[in-house]
Unconditional design. Sequence first.
Length: 654
Amino acid sequence: MKRFEGRLRFEMLAINCALIVAFMHSGTASRCVDHACSPPMGNLASGRTLTTVSGCCGNGSHHSPCPTPLHPCPDHLHPPAHMVDDPFQHPNTWWASGVGTDQVEEVRLDLETRFCLTHVVLLFHSPRPAAMAMERSQDFGRTWETLKLFAQNCSLAFGFPDDTSQHGSRCTSRYSSAKPCSRGEVIFRTLGPGGLVDPYSPEGISQLTLTNLRLRLLKAQTCPLSVAPSTTSSSIGLFKPPADLNLPLLPPPQPSSEAPASAPFAIYTLLARGTCLCHGHAEHCLPHRGGQDTLKDMVAGRCVCTHHTAGEHCERCGPLYNDQSWKPANGSSGEPHPCHKCECHDHAESCHFSKRVWLSLEGTSGGVCDDCQHNTAGRRCQRCRHGYHRQPAMPLNSPHICTRCWCDPLGSLPAISGEEGRWCHPRSGQCHCRPGVGGTGCNHCLPGYWGFGGEGCKPCACPQNCDPHTGLCLDSYANNQVLNIPMGGKITAMDHALTTEGEPVWSKQLAVSALHYTGKCSCKERKLRSVSDLCKTKYAYVIKASVLSAHDKGSHAEVQVKVCKVLRSGQVPLSQGTHSIYPLSWTSRGCTCPILNPGVEYLLAGPEEVETERLLVTMQSVVVPWTPQLGTHISEGLRQGCPEHPLQTHNRAI
Ligand SMILES: *[C@@H]1O[C@H](CO)[C@@H](O)[C@H](O)[C@H]1NC(C)=O
Ligand SMILES: *[C@@H]1O[C@H](CO)[C@@H](O)[C@H](O)[C@H]1NC(C)=O
Ligand SMILES: *[C@@H]1O[C@H](CO)[C@@H](O)[C@H](O)[C@H]1NC(C)=O
């Protein structure tokens, strides 16, 4: 007997060692940091109810009658729970099947969720079964699959070869001998001998996981009376277990004072060693929800996930961590394969992984934020949704980053069909104005226009400006309502000027002409190479002028220049003195291109708008600082004569 125990101990040590290799990179505390990790192993049967078909005065669906003279039961009860009690504290307790029932006996362990099973060890009180099937279910008992078959003659009992002769066969004769008559063991390893499969790989998972374990005890056998128990095996005692490994083993041998079992099947201990299924992303588990109160040594089934994973088995990424697809850890290399956070700028609580985005970004990021809050939109909640615009001063993750467009319903154009509300530029907040209307919110007429209403504003029928309400021509420039923003003018002064006139207060951003902040603009400079350039491009006007001041009109700019020399003019009358020119490229950043710096003298050449008598400055205009040399050059060139050209008109396009 003693030598049997020694062999059993060795078997279990061997299993434990194999598992230590298989789960080499998992286990101990805090291993999850930058590493694959796994919860501790335990007996999956501990603390759970084992069901059996019959029981001797115990718990089973078919109880045999309790002690009668014909069917004597042992003096005490042998319920299934005795198979999973502590084998050290209760070494001599066992489960016994009913006596004399014809049914196939079975022992079944139903788990509340999926677990990993690494090996099963049975220690029999009765002689081991002559035929037995070990089965698992991975779908809570709907379908079953054979893990291993046990028989003394495999081909006879099951029609399979014996794995002692054919490696890897699903049947074995190793654990079916009638000897020893008691304390014979049955051992099964899920991963097979030398199974160094990565336990987190799909292959490992398919081999290791189960929801139910079932032992079908198909055929009992009796103890061969002629053989004394102590002279049984021939292969025992060859190995001694290493003394320094204190692994949970079965109890030390007991003096064989037990009477031979009267039940056909009797089991001291069922050890279903395994752990909760966490794919390498957890080192602790909690009881499955709705599960019974956990006993101290019960293996719980709900993972406490790390590596930003989530789910009962850490089988998916956390809500905001789907920038890459979920992966199990690598049990071979120990790489944790954590989930990666999506950048949603604090405007979303979850994101999902998109294969399409992942491919389009060449495998750098695939997260798409869900349900962007705070009026944001976009894959990363990085822009404002329709009808809102950005507050440039605020950080991107501010909940107030997006402000509703304020667009005058009269002065602005309706939104693009299908979209609600008025639209404005998502960055500048500039609304889409009707013709002749200006201002960020399209709430007043542009200079030179009047009669603000549902059709926009009408052009003044005067050379200068007209009353914005009546359309009456104003006598002189001095009388008009256009605000003159002095260079370097104070914003406070501006605000004051505006409010006293009862005008809507413009946003600070627009109140400051871009011409003060040319640093904001990057304009492509246009070089004048020769005088013939001026001829070729057929500019309506060519003048020498110095910039006096810039006027910010909200949606466009007006620049006052002092004309010093008229080198060429078109239909708009030009003379020396003050004129307005109109840069067309009033961008959403509040810039004009080309840049006109106040106080600087320029050679200016550009088109004109005949109907409104405006001199325009476009991207094609020539704006070069004036030098006497350039002056001489141009004057001579023009005097020698450009070929006559038809004057062209340019339509304003705002
Ligand atoms: C049988 O099991 C039930 C619940 O599992 C328990 O309440 C009952 O006491 C058991 N009976 C015996 C005889 O062990
Ligand atoms: C198993 O049974 C078959 C058929 O009865 C027989 O031919 C074979 O020799 C047996 N094998 C062993 C190892 O007893
Ligand atoms: C895990 O790591 C090993 C060793 O680095 C490597 O060979 C194997 O391909 C990895 N497995 C996966 C699924 O990445």
